[in-house]
Design a protein around this ligand. Structure first.
Ligand code: HEM
Length: 419
């Protein structure tokens, strides 16, 4: 048995905020170890990195989510006591409800809505001098998310609602005003969606029976009770907000298309399988979630190291996506690497690892991939635009991060194809 390497510090929370995404990977390299102990939020935290670590992290016999997600993240990003915090049978039951919304039919509907919204957006943008893609795609995705779930949304409200969902995401690694903006945005969104849940239950708002809003409004928990309206709102927002969050990836994808014109031409020409590999590489290369948290459920030993019940454990998401043992030249943007990817559920973990149905892996991963594919095709094949000089750099210290200029386009023109 060997002791986990212990970084001797009073507390590393400030360094985590200052170093941002590479915080764990920096130490993995410095200590030459995929496991080390440090102190964050004045408690011991074991940090894990890499594929083997991800396998153990997703073992439900060893870990639980109970008290693993800080209150400040629940109050902004995901909502209090949402599915992300649940364990055991309760989690399985709630997850089955989410996954029942991810059928091929449902994804097809989403694809159609996205296509319509992209077409409408391009025609609008043709009349604009300048388009700020990061904000425009938040609006576009907010329209899609509401239409797909069954939440009514009038034109006049789109910008405010989209910006509230974006503020919840933008708050997850923040302290101070950015955190407060996320909290306020969440309160406003929860009040709005709770009212919608009530009206659906009272029959005052008619939505299709198989729509996500209807399914969540009438979902029964393992005690056969309806969710309380606030909880139902939190879970419906767990669909709306992350769909808007795809704007982060689409904006990074636009940067990648701009910096790799050959890739853009391949997508425009419809090269077999290429757009999917491109999208996967965007999700690997560009930073979104830095790490994930779990608590040790019962004492166990792994790799000769002792894990004590109740210890907080972080899994290095960003570092695992940039690990040279897994990815050759990890800091190079190279979509074809996915031709040879082994398909492991534990080495490519931008939206979590393991099983979608039984574990905490992102319920919306397929939605994300689909939405990005449609978006990359629109940006490559169905429109032309100029990218004026601007600052496309992004900071690895800011969590979450996006290109500084938010990707500005000029002279947008629709391109018609006879198909
Ligand atoms: C969970 C990332 C889009 C719904 C997660 C997790 C991550 C993540 C890292 C946690 C995985 C874990 O704890 O092991 C992302 C990213 C997205 C995205 C980066 C795209 C920008 C979506 C979409 C939806 C969605 C589009 C729904 C339409 C969920 C839900 C969970 C979740 C419901 C909780 C799953 C559970 O606890 O069992 N996501 N996600 N996400 N995501 Fe996503």
């Amino acid at each position: 048995m060997s002791a986990v390497l212990h970084e001797k510090v009073l507390d590393n929370s400030l360094n985590l905020l200052l170093e941002g995404f590479p915080f764990i990977h920096n130490r993995v390299k410095r200590f030459h170890s995929n496991i080390f102990k440090t102190r964050i939020m004045f408690q011991n935290v074991i940090c894990l990195h890499g594929e083997e670590a991800a396998k153990v992290f997703y073992d439900p016999d060893k870990f639980m989510r109970f008290q693993a997600i800080p209150n400040r993240i629940q109050r902004t990003l995901m909502g209090k006591d949402a599915i992300q915090t649940m364990d055991g049978e309760g989690h399985l039951h709630r997850k089955a409800m989410f996954m029942s919304l991810m059928t091929p039919d449902s994804l097809y509907k989403l694809n159609r809505l996205l296509t319509q919204q992209w077409q409408a957006a391009i025609h609008r943008w043709e009349h604009q001098e300048e388009v700020v893609l990061f904000e425009e795609t938040q609006d576009l995705l907010c329209r899609v998310a509401c239409a797909w779930t069954g939440v009514p949304l009038i034109n006049e409200d789109v910008r405010n609602r989209a910006s509230d969902f974006a503020a919840m995401v933008d708050a997850f690694g923040a302290v101070g005003p950015r955190h407060m903006r996320g909290r306020i945005a969440r309160k406003r969104a929860e009040a709005w969606i709770e009212d919608i849940i009530q009206r659906i239950r009272d029959g005052k708002l008619k939505v299709p029976e198989n729509s996500p809003a209807h399914v969540i409004a009438f979902h029964r928990d393992i005690e056969d009770q309806l969710l309380d309206p606030h909880m139902a709102a939190v879970e419906l927002i767990n669909l709306l907000r992350p769909i808007v969050a795809i704007a982060w990836y689409i904006t990074f994808g636009a940067v990648a298309l701009h910096e790799h014109p050959v890739a853009r031409r391949k997508i425009a020409a419809g090269e077999e399988g290429y757009v999917e590999m491109f999208v996967q590489e965007v999700r690997r290369y560009y930073p979104f979630g830095p790490s994930l948290g779990n608590r040790v459920k019962n004492d166990f030993t792994w790799g000769g190291h002792k894990f004590k019940k109740g210890t907080l454990v972080f899994l290095d998401v960003y570092g695992t996506l940039h690990d040279e043992q897994i990815w050759e030249n990890p800091d190079e943007f190279y979509p074809y690497r996915f031709r040879y990817w082994d398909g492991s559920a534990f080495n490519f973990i931008p939206q979590g690892g393991g099983d979608h149905f039984t574990g905490h892996r992102c319920a919306g991963e397929w939605v994300t991939i689909e939405a990005m594919k449609v978006s990359m095709v629109f940006l490559s094949r169905y429109m032309e635009y100029e990218v004026p000089p601007q600052d496309l750099n992004f900071s690895l210290e800011r969590m979450p991060t996006y290109p500084n200029s938010k990707f500005i386009m000029r002279n947008v023109r629709a391109v018609e194809h006879a198909e």
